[in-house]
Design a protein around this ligand. Structure first.
Ligand code: GLN
Length: 479
């Protein structure tokens, strides 16, 4: 079996045709991933015992003639902000270097129930704060398709694992672009579902009103299938939606004739020409497939970054307060008093970016500044959501670049937080509006760097988003 190119369907066929067992596939996938990990540092740890236990369960279901599940035997990588019972979950932070969660995230439980095989946990920016994976306490991830460049962030390890073929699919988390941007940089598919579509139970909170779990895959079909498995109401997350989960793969018939797509002019402004050229080619393909593409305006876009970095840091400053050296985290042993112990544990444990955000967030929430910053940012958020609602009155979907530029060099932006934040100018808007959005590979720059096209649709209309992305994927090679 050719591990790096396997799809979910091929695995199912192989298992049911008795070409290989799930246990054989898991062992081979683990061997391959461990060998290749030196190249990317995508995985922080493997969990072979769990993977083999998952695989044995699939094999016995098949032996008993039972349905082995939608993800039967599929090797999955999981971002290290998603809790896995008994398997160390660090969130890319020194603080949680030895944290073993006492329970599984709902997405993990559903994935295993569907026959998924969890290979290990992937590297990420500390507490998912970053756009390059360089904020991990455990070293950066290297982009497997562009040596010397970042994989994007914060779910850089998950994107790199899927691109490298050391996982068939992966889970990431997206708060302002952390699934879509690394997917674009690594040339894979990355999906941010509607807010509430997937339970956040067991996803370590960064900014709760913006956090999503989302799938990575090499094909739109596999991403759609993974979302199918993890989506749906969960009583453990009161923000999870009760809406029925449709069959997403049924939408992948390639037929996009007559769909109206809006291309926001605000998203073409700061675009580099190398990325712009690839996006223009993608737009041409969609037009040839019968889509009607028109320019639209989302006028509040220019305030998105400012609004996001107020709301996200405010929520983060509150969410990260729990890491005080008492319950979960590594504790400083240099302290005589309780207050000193808190201070030292947090001071020694958090990296620079987390500290910056805790300070920013605490400031914008403080008495006297709340109205000027936090409340204003919430109003801007409402305007951004309204921009999209108005656009969707005239178009079925919005298409846009994912990032203004392709994967940048390791170290290139690490000392300039503002430049780093600008990586997300096209992804943050969809996050603030809570609508489904994804990155689908659109082409490569002349230098051979992958560029993703972003597709955004109405709340809970993931099906149309997958339909458009799937059509682009199928036709890209053909045209
Ligand atoms: N890069 C953005 C940030 O640093 C988004 C992160 C994310 O989506 N988790 O906040």
């Amino acid at each position: 079996m050719d591990i790096p190119s396997l799809t979910i369907t091929e695995i199912k066929t192989g298992l049911l045709g008795r070409q290989f067992s799930a246990a054989e596939l898991a062992a081979e996938a683990l061997r391959f991933a461990e060998k290749e990990n030196g190249v990317t540092n995508a995985y922080l740890r493997f969990c072979p015992e769990r993977a083999l236990a998952n695989a044995h369960q699939v094999d016995s279901r098949i032996a008993r003639g039972e349905d082995p599940g939608l993800l039967a035997g599929v090797p999955v990588a999981v971002k290290d902000v998603i809790l896995t019972k008994g398997v160390t979950t660090t969130c890319g932070s020194r603080l949680l270097a030895r944290y073993e969660p006492p329970y599984d995230a709902t997405a993990i439980a559903r994935l295993e129930q569907a026959g998924g095989v969890i290979l290990g946990k992937t590297n990420c920016d500390e507490f998912a704060m970053g756009s390059s994976n360089e904020n991990s306490a455990f070293g950066p991830v290297r982009n497997p398709v562009a040596p010397g460049r970042v994989p994007g962030g914060s779910s850089g390890g998950s994107a790199a694992a899927v691109a490298q073929g050391t996982a068939v699919v992966a889970l990431g988390s997206d708060t302002g672009g952390s699934v879509r941007q690394p997917a674009s940089f690594c040339g894979v598919v990355g999906v941010t579902p509607t807010y509430g579509r997937v339970s956040r139970y067991g996803l370590t909170a960064f900014a709760s009103s913006l956090d999503h779990i989302g799938p990575f895959a090499r094909t739109v079909h596999d991403a759609a299938l993974l979302l199918q498995v993890i989506a749906g109401r969960d009583p453990n997350d009161s923000t999870s939606a009760n809406a029925p989960v449709p069959d997403y793969t049924a939408a992948l018939d390639g037929n996009v004739k007559g769909l109206k797509l809006g291309l926001p002019r605000e998203y073409l402004k700061d675009l580099t020409s190398e990325t712009g050229d690839v996006i223009a080619r993608g737009v041409e393909i969609l037009k040839r497939l019968g889509c009607e593409v028109r320019e639209i305006s989302l006028p509040s876009t220019e305030y998105a970054i400012a609004s996001y970095y107020i709301i996200a840091t405010a929520e983060a400053s509150s969410n990260l307060a729990r890491y005080d050296g008492v319950r979960y985290t590594c504790r400083s042993n240099r302290s005589d008093t309780l207050a000193e112990m808190y201070r030292n544990s947090r001071g020694e444990g958090f990296g620079a970016e987390c500290k910056r955000r805790i300070m920013l967030g605490t400031y914008v929430l403080s008495a006297g500044y709340y109205d000027a910053y936090y409340l204003k940012a919430q109003k801007v958020r409402a305007l951004i959501a309204r921009d999209f609602a108005q656009a969707f009155a005239g178009v079925d979907a919005v298409i846009a670049p994912v990032s203004p530029f392709p994967a940048f060099r390791l170290g290139e932006k690490v000392n300039d937080p503002l430049q780093m934040y600008l990586s997300d100018i096209y992804t943050i808007t969809g996050s603030l509006a809570g609508i489904p959005c994804m990155s689908v590979p659109c082409g490569e720059t002349v230098e051979g760097l992958p560029v993703g096209m972003q597709v955004l649709t109405r709340h809970f209309d993931e099906a149309t988003m997958f339909r458009i992305a799937g059509a682009l994927e199928q036709s890209r090679g053909a045209m």
